[in-house]
Design a protein around this ligand. Structure first.
Ligand code: ADP
Length: 344
């Protein structure tokens, strides 16, 4: 039987009813408040997750200003060369009507695209929420079976349970990444900024990575300066960004190699760097590396796991925290990913 949770989205959580959710949304939108809401340009732009310069409603306003400008110029030129005021008015009316229709069609197209994009992000968010609960139940059930409390487990069975556990873990991570991506796109990823030590956060993460690193023949080195100031950002989001970079540095090393992590003070910011002696990134792929779902051609031979979302998420987090992120890489030699974060 399908389980339903009504915790997050009352009456809208059922995926099968997803289209109804939007229909309902539309019917409800024909009320006075929503019509007035159309004039709230900043609110509309936020709804679509767009900056004001990309927002259809704002573009329509700009088009309006252009139409008024064009009408005034036509009037100025018309009074100079045409004597009949009726003809001048006719030309102005004709011109403004044509410009108005063109701008209306263009902004309508933009609005439809923005709405489709918003619905896509909302669908990803809804689907991810829906998938999370059954997946954690699956993980819990596998762990319970593996514990042997329901009876002795044969060695061969344990292997299969391990595969199940590993795969449900990977799916949980992917879903969590998809949820983060949809929050980034909807501009609803929350940042609770506070002062914290980046050095402590990295030491913590290195401890977590140690078992994987040791089992993968990787040497890890961490260099830091004395008395580094604290950074001002959301520690859980920065943790996610650093985790992605450390994870990549250790996963994209072929057989054995070295990962060097460094933090230092640099031009009023804290500078983080992770350098690896891995497979590197081909030149032709470098411009796409922070794009959503992008994975470069050389990785599939070495590392089949991966979604291409980690760097997109890390970039959004660092930039939202007021920092910068970048990399340099040479195929077959290694890569260096870095970011900066401001102090308070
Ligand atoms: P994923 O690692 O899950 O594929 P990411 O967004 O973290 O997704 O990385 C995107 C792509 O960038 C990777 O698939 C890989 O092609 C490339 N990449 C990232 N980090 C490294 C690295 N340290 N060395 C080599 N390639 C890398």
């Amino acid at each position: 039987m399908r389980r339903k949770s009504h915790r997050l989205y009352p009456a809208t959580l059922n995926l099968a009813d997803f289209h109804l959710f939007f229909k309902y949304d539309k019917i409800e939108s024909v009320n006075f408040k929503k019509i007035l809401g159309q004039f709230n340009i900043i609110g509309q732009c936020r709804r679509y997750g767009l900056s004001i310069w990309q927002c259809p409603q704002f573009l329509f306003l700009i088009m309006g200003a252009i139409i008024i400008g064009a009408a005034l110029i036509t009037y100025g030129i018309g009074t100079r060369y045409i004597e009949d005021p009726f003809l001048i008015s006719l030309i102005i009316i004709l011109l403004t009507t044509i410009l108005f229709i063109i701008s209306f069609i263009i902004t309508q197209g933009f609005e439809r695209l923005a709405e489709a994009n918003r619905m896509k992000s909302e669908f990803i968010s809804l689907a991810s929420h829906q998938l999370r609960a059954p997946l954690s139940n699956l993980k819990w059930a596998v762990e319970f079976l593996m514990s042997g409390r329901l009876g002795k487990i044969e060695r061969e069975q344990t292997e299969y349970f391990k595969i199940l556990k590993e795969n449900s873990g990977r799916m949980t991570e992917l879903i969590s990444d998809l949820l983060t991506v949809s929050r980034i796109e909807q501009r609803s990823l929350s940042f609770k900024k506070q002062e914290f030590s980046l050095e402590d956060l990295i030491k913590d993460l290195i401890l977590e990575f140690k078992p994987f690193i040791q089992s993968s023949n990787i040497e890890l080195e961490f260099k830091t300066e004395k008395n580094l100031p604290k950074v001002f950002a959301d520690p859980s989001q920065i943790r996610l960004a650093v985790e992605n970079l450390l994870d990549n540095a250790s996963r994209y090393i072929k057989d054995k190699g070295k990962v060097e992590v460094k933090i230092a003070k640099k031009r009023g910011n804290l500078y983080f760097e992770v350098r690896d002696s891995g497979i590197g990134i081909p030149n032709e792929d470098k411009k796409y590396i922070f794009q959503k779902f992008f994975r470069s051609g050389n990785v599939s031979k070495h590392q089949t796991q991966g979604s291409g979302l980690g760097l997109y998420i890390s970039k959004a987090i660092i930039e939202k925290s007021g920092g910068k992120i970048g990399f340099s890489s040479q195929e077959g030699v290694g890569s260096t990913f870095w970011f900066t974060l401001p102090f308070k």
